[in-house]
Design a protein around this ligand. Sequence first.
Ligand SMILES: Nc1ncnc2c1ncn2[C@@H]1O[C@H](COP(=O)(O)OP(=O)(O)OP(=O)(O)O)[C@@H](O)[C@H]1O
Length: 588
Amino acid sequence: MTASTGSKSMLTTLRRIGALAAPYFNSEEKWRARGLLAAIVALNLGVVYMLVLNNQWYARFYDALQNKDQAVFWREIVYFCWIAAGFIAIAILKFYLTQLLQLRWRAWMTRSYLQRWMADRTFYRLELARYGQQDGRSPDNPDQRIQEDMQLFTDYTMTLSMGLLNAVVTLVSFIGILWGLSGVANFTILGHSFSVPGSMVWIALLYCAAGTVITHYIGRPLIGLNYQQQRYEADFRHHLVRVREYSEAIALDRGEQVEHGQLELRFGSVLKNYLQLIKKQKNLVAFTASFGQASVIFAFIVQAPRFFSGAIQLGQLMQVNSAFGRVQDSLSWFVDNYDRVAVWRATADRLSSFEAAMRANAGAASALERTPADNARGLRADGFGVTLPDGARLIEGAALAVQPGDTVMLQGPSGSGKSTLFRAFAGIWPFAKGRVSMPDNTMFIPQRPYVPDGRLRDALAYPQPASQFSDAQLVQALNDALLPDLAGRLDDRDAWSQKLSGGEQQRLAIARVLLRKPAWLFADEATSALDADSEATLYKRLTAMVHAAGGAMVSIAHRASVGDHHQRRWTLVPQPEGSGVRYRVEAT
Ligand SMILES: Nc1ncnc2c1ncn2[C@@H]1O[C@H](COP(=O)(O)OP(=O)(O)OP(=O)(O)O)[C@@H](O)[C@H]1O
């Protein structure tokens, strides 16, 4: 990377940071946010003002010491106490207001991301997009971005930008002081004599410019390494969570060795990258520590000839040294904060890519035209086609219709796209085309129903609030779904997805449907874990329910016995290779 591409990417990062930060300061909270920011900026300027007073105090105090002037000494001690009190008051207020702004900002940003992640089923589309993109930059671990990156971003944006502001204002204030104190340096090169005013300012500028350039070159790899580090850490954590979630299946499969190996592999990546990070950081620390130590004596060495020749007093020497220290501190902002800037950049990069992915997926309209229809018209699909995220054409050319009173069984080989066809009907599969009109009063039973942890009544009513249903309704639904044993446990709290058997979870999903009584039902392997008698009873109840509401039912099933409960068939028929499409639907 050349210096110009480096500065270009720095500009890109700054633009990204601006784009990530701007929405909050233009939001409905903007006046409170801007007010807090203005107060924090004012307090930071107050700190610099205190530093200037402190610097002037140095000259008077050390002169008093050199002149052994006790009266001035005590007066200056009292004056120092005032400055110190001001410092303390400003430090407390600055800390509190900065934290408050950070907290509000994080809260606003997290809520706004959560809202967008959840809206329009973006959380689901992002997962789908991950299958389609193999570039390694697709939005991994949204949980990490929403939980950790927001916190890091608001924290680092506040502390680093305020640090930079402080550095700039301190620099401007102290360059003036240093200029006035440094005197004129006279020297001769190749017979020409030069006199340079404000010599200490030039020396500080050269000293720090060299420091910044060297830091940038030593520290540059940290940006990429930090980006990777957070990614590896998140992958490791994600895998740990998966092992916990699938603990039973892994234990039954005796999969612990494989999982252990996978965890070691991921942790290995964490360690390997971290080691590289430490090595690069070590170089940076070596340089910044040497730079900092050299700064302690640098101004004394440069000023020594003037002091020993009697041109300046001890007070002025100390004041120059303190002013040089301030100028050098400000100019070294980049040197001191390089690794934090690297983390900040990596965080901003991740949030921007997440933001871009959310925007792209929210806007990615499906080519499937969905229109609502009334019950009497039923479901109609024309020119219907479903593709996979990688563009492969899965099902095509289907003209399908379901009339009220119908019961249709959708059958076909495993992996032929039955569930995906349902996803397209439900409007959650973005890779579909054609026109579908269907009634609103519809429910889908997925192959793996989601059962939230907590009270049983909430799990049963999900996603409706349990308060919408009376106890009698909830108990009736459980009884009708052949779960009478759970009827007395409505207020029990548990991890139901771990506790209930596969068949019980399927019956709970059916109980949900019986509770809500939709007219149109799409059931995906809803009874695959049940015995034939229970299956027959439940299909009868579900059919009676949709017919009573003037609707129909479409079921996916492999078991032939399910066919007895359905009058019609949709069959996914494999197409010859080279036809470009894998399956067509035949309706009988
Ligand atoms: N998110 C996804 N990304 C990529 N491919 C997918 C995705 N979801 C499903 N598929 C693929 O689409 C094809 C159809 O899957 P689908 O689940 O619809 O099949 P199915 O007919 O319901 O199978 P089964 O009878 O085994 O449940 C499969 O090859 C599957 O691997």
